[in-house]
Design a protein around this ligand. Structure first.
Ligand code: BG6
Length: 471
């Protein structure tokens, strides 16, 4: 565009975290265990017991977010902190913690954007089958209704489930499927169906209980490139996009299964059990906006894995996204046009614009970016300085493309990069840092957990101050 459309007035400049990655206090003040507390981690890396100890640094952290200038803060409620058993008895100290958090945000005029469920299913529910058990749907609705009742007077923006698509596609890594489940793929798509129903019920409840609030799903969406212009590769990319992206958003927004994804599930024998009443419920639950997380695009080809050996580590981000999908049908390939970060994740700002356009054209709902960011091994320099110019560069390029997308006509409500403050990554420890604020600890040595503002802190502060004019 020769002339860019400015970021809208009231744009929700924000930043994100999730409860289990930032709070710590994993077994304090009545919190029940979640699947995370029972997971087996790489022994060299940090576990999720203390993380950034946000639970005990609440005032300090929110004051820093205010200094950063955040208009919005995206955080998740730990379901097991509210309901230690997943359902039934509520934990008053857990209730009070989020009350304090939301009150503090109110004092600083920061709009809360609350994720109900970010990977940390209560362990008590998991023991009864987790998302394979249809009773978990009712437990989620009860939990969601409780959150709406407790916090709905101050929380106007809600997210249902974080990256449900990744929980299914990477079922064995961040999902909740027990390792010995027979027919795991079919079981995962049944779990997916249950999560969809749970989400629909939460959206319906939100609209009933809080008529002025807004709620939406928060999947991880990436545009998918074909390996070449060969029609077979284009078809493979199209198929993969249906299975990776549209299956989830079509169900959330249209209340129907994506036709391509459905035929894939049918052919593979992965079809979930579904009733007409359930499909009616899915049509009834409607999101007000679409939140999405974007880190990178993916590139796939049609050749089977055995014909075309992959290039190992370089392809890892795609591999991760592809896990769980039949590898003889879709093959992740390298994209020679893109750079990679220290963790071999591709960096693709233009893909961000393409992704935003694809989502908006398909659903015509306002979008909010709930994650985007760069994981890196930051170095603490003398004087407690962190010169994370690479992060600034990543975020700047992505924001430029977001503004291009806005100029293309995409309605974007806000941008919440990952993460507001350093926290423990899903699988790569605290050393893989994403925050604007450094947390002084190592994988094993908790040090003093002091907070230091990174160079990107001051950059983002100015971005927000100028409503995106000074990128
Ligand atoms: C998203 C998750 O998948 O990506 C976050 O919603 C996660 O929880 C983020 O931390 C970055 O991934 P990772 O694996 O580097 O922590």
């Amino acid at each position: 565009h020769q002339q860019l459309t400015p970021f809208p007035q009231g744009f929700m400049w924000g930043a994100s975290t999730s409860a289990y990655q930032v709070e710590g206090a994993w077994n304090e003040e009545g919190k029940g265990p979640s699947v995370i507390d029972h997971a087996v981690f790489n022994a060299e890396l940090s576990d999720f017991k203390v993380t950034s100890d946000h639970y005990h640094h609440l005032q300090e952290d929110i004051a820093l977010f205010a200094e950063l200038g955040l208009k919005t803060y995206r955080f998740s409620i730990s379901w097991a902190r509210l309901f230690p058993e997943g359902t039934g008895e509520i934990n008053p100290l857990g209730v009070a913690f989020y009350q304090r958090l939301i009150d503090l945000l109110g004092q600083y005029h920061i709009e809360p954007l609350v994720t109900l469920y970010h990977f940390d299913l209560p362990w008590a529910l998991q023991q009864q089958g987790g998302w394979s058990n249809p009773e978990t749907i009712a437990a989620f609705e009860e939990y969601a209704r409780t959150a709406f009742r407790l916090y709905g007077d101050r929380v106007k923006y809600w997210l249902t489930i974080n990256e449900q698509n990744m929980m299914i596609l990477k079922g064995e890594v961040i999902g909740t499927l027990p390792a010995d489940t027979p027919d795991p793929q079919r079981a995962l798509y049944q779990q997916n169906h249950h999560m969809m129903l749970a989400q629909a019920r939460a959206m319906i409840a939100c609209h009933q209980m809080l008529p002025t609030a807004k709620i939406g799903p928060a999947p991880n969406i990436s545009c998918i490139y074909p390996a070449t212009s060969r029609p077979e590769d284009v078809l493979a990319a199209n198929n993969f996009s249906a299975i990776r992206n549209w299956l989830y958003l079509d169900l959330a927004c249209f209340g129907r299964y994506n036709a391509t994804a459905w035929s894939f599930l049918k052919e593979k024998g992965y079809l979930p059990q579904i009733t007409d009443d359930e499909m009616a419920l899915l049509r009834q639950g409607k999101p007000d906006f679409i939140a999405f997380n974007y880190y990178a695009s993916a590139t796939v080809g049609a050749d089977s894995a055995k014909d075309k050996p992959e290039s190992g580590a370089a392809n890892r981000a795609v591999d991760q996204q592809m896990a769980g999908i039949d590898r003889s049908v879709y093959v992740g390939v390298d994209n020679p046009y893109l750079q990679k970060n220290q963790f071999n994740w591709y960096i693709d700002p233009l893909g961000f614009r393409i992704t935003a356009r694809e989502i908006y054209e398909r659903y015509r709902l306002p979008l909010i970016v709930t994650e985007n960011g760069l994981g890196a091994f930051d170095e603490l320099a003398s004087g407690n300085k962190i010169y994370d110019d690479y992060r600034i560069e990543y975020l700047r390029c992505h924001l430029e493309q977001l503004q291009q997308a806005i100029s293309d006509g995409v309605e974007v409500m806000g941008y919440c990069p990952w993460s507001a403050i350093d926290l423990v990554s899903t699988h790569q420890g605290i050393g893989k840092r994403y925050g604007f604020i450094y947390v002084n600890r190592d994988e094993k040595d908790l040090k003093d957990l002091a907070r230091f503002k990174k160079k990107s802190f001051f950059w983002y502060q100015q971005v927000i101050r100028s409503n995106g004019e000074d990128l």
